[in-house]
Design a protein around this ligand. Structure first.
Ligand code: ADE
Length: 423
């Protein structure tokens, strides 16, 4: 296949650039934190000399991040981190702006890794991941690149877990910043972002009524909690399944029913997996589901719903609507799978809203800045962003929303550190 020295970008249709620019402009008008960072650092160019390879969903929000990194002086190349999440119009606009982008909707596995490899042709100094596929590609296929790389960042819970496991195994070769672990990322993006965008994906793919339905959420971490909260708000009866006692207890106290998936499979109308674990829905679950059950996934990888198992039980299938396939089983029951079991919020909708990605990507931008500044001294391992950054990012966000905070008086500051006072 062609290499990037011959090819600067590869997108589905470059003529979509104008449409993409409108989407990006829309996102920019809702991402004040990132825009403030852009304005500030366009002058000082702190990322000059950095070559950033990113592997993260190509959405209008990601385009705002890419433009901001480029404005701060970086040379940026990009691929998508999921075969079904690229917005082709956004990709076309970025290509038109000179970004080395290799991404299109509906890639097969070979094209997916080919695209990552093209971004690596640019010999990056920094890597930016969502799911760790790019870092793994460097470690296992392109170790010659270590000499150029200062460090990397990781966006998502699943990716951070994989990288911590790799570090514990002594296999990680450069410092990585766990952007996911910043409070202004996980406590907002994972909860409110996933909650809204996953329901958006379900509704775009099905347009079913959520009120009165049994809505089964597998995994009551932050993402599962977000889905549960929003489904409840739409009138669903939420059932959570869990393997962790504390998470199950939180689900109970949030008003969900908690049961095993074997029990939930029999009563659920809609199922969403948000666990980061494989084989959450398998053959025995499909065998006991109601006619018309809808299943989808919002975890990073498409391993949570075992589609092979479902296909073994299937006598016929047909695509009913975009991102909705009907599987008919031997006894006539129909099960509907959304977005082929891939991230329903990005494949069937537009991902998290711009307002929430604003904070996630402000953290990504700061991670790149931190690595460019002090990456060489950070040491191999998984690192966190300084906690003060959360207050800074949340503060800019609030002031953009016109919200003011109270200030502690000097007496209150003294009280906070005075351990001598009691009743
Ligand atoms: N992950 C979830 N939503 C996203 C979005 N809108 N852009 C990029 N990555 C995302």
């Amino acid at each position: 296949m062609t290499t990037a020295t011959e090819m600067k970008f590869k997108v589905a249709d470059p003529s979509l650039a104008d449409e993409g620019r409108l989407l990006i402009d829309w996102a920019e008008s809702r991402m004040p934190v990132l825009m403030a960072l852009r304005e500030k650092f366009a002058k000082t160019q702190p990322l000059k000399g950095m070559r950033i390879a990113g592997c993260l969903h190509v959405t209008k929000e990601t385009a705002v991040l890419i433009r901001t990194l480029a404005a701060a002086g970086a040379e940026v190349t990009w691929s998508g981190c999921n075969p079904l999440s690229t917005n082709d119009a956004v990709a076309a606009a970025l290509a038109d702006e000179g970004i080395g982008i290799f991404a299109w909707y509906g890639q097969n596995v070979e094209e997916f890794y080919w695209s990552i490899d093209r971004t690596l042709d640019f010999k990056p100094t920094l890597t930016l991941d969502d799911g760790a596929d790019l870092i793994f590609r460097v470690h296992f296929e392109h170790p010659d690149l270590f000499e150029h790389i200062i460090g990397g960042s990781e966006e998502t819970t699943t990716g951070v877990h994989r990288l911590r496991a790799m570090a514990a195994d002594g296999k990680l070769r450069y410092p990585v910043i766990a952007v996911n672990d910043a409070e202004t990322k996980w406590d907002f993006d994972n909860v409110y972002g996933t909650g809204q965008s996953s329901l958006d994906g379900i509704l775009r793919a099905t347009s079913v009524l959520l009120a009165g339905k049994n809505f089964v959420v597998a995994g009551y971490g932050h993402c599962g909690k977000g889905c549960a909260l929003r489904a409840k708000g739409m009138g669903s009866k939420v059932i959570a399944t869990e393997v962790k006692a504390t998470a199950a207890l939180k689900a109970m106290l949030d008003g969900c029913d908690v049961m095993t998936m074997d029990e939930a499979a029999k009563v659920g109308d809609l199922f969403i997996t948000a666990t980061g674990m494989k084989d959450i829905l398998v053959k025995r679950h499909f065998e006991s589901m109601k006619d018309g059950a809808i299943v989808c996934n919002t975890g990073h990888y498409d391993c949570e719903i075992n589609l092979e198992d479902l296909k073994e039980l299937t006598v016929s299938s047909r695509e009913m609507r975009d991102n909705c396939v009907e599987y008919t089983l031997a006894d006539g029951r129909r099960i509907y799978v959304l977005a082929d079991g891939r991230l329903v919020n990005l494949a069937a909708a537009e991902g998290h809203p711009s307002e929430v990605m604003d904070m996630s990507f402000a953290n990504q931008f700061q991670a790149m800045m931190m690595l460019a500044r002090e990456g060489k001294d950070l040491g191999v391992g998984v690192h966190e962003l300084p906690v003060e950054l959360d207050q800074e990012i949340a503060g800019i966000k609030l002031s953009a929303m016109g919200v003011h905070l109270d200030q502690l008086t000097p007496e209150q500051v003294a009280y906070a550190t005075d351990y001598s006072q009691g009743t």
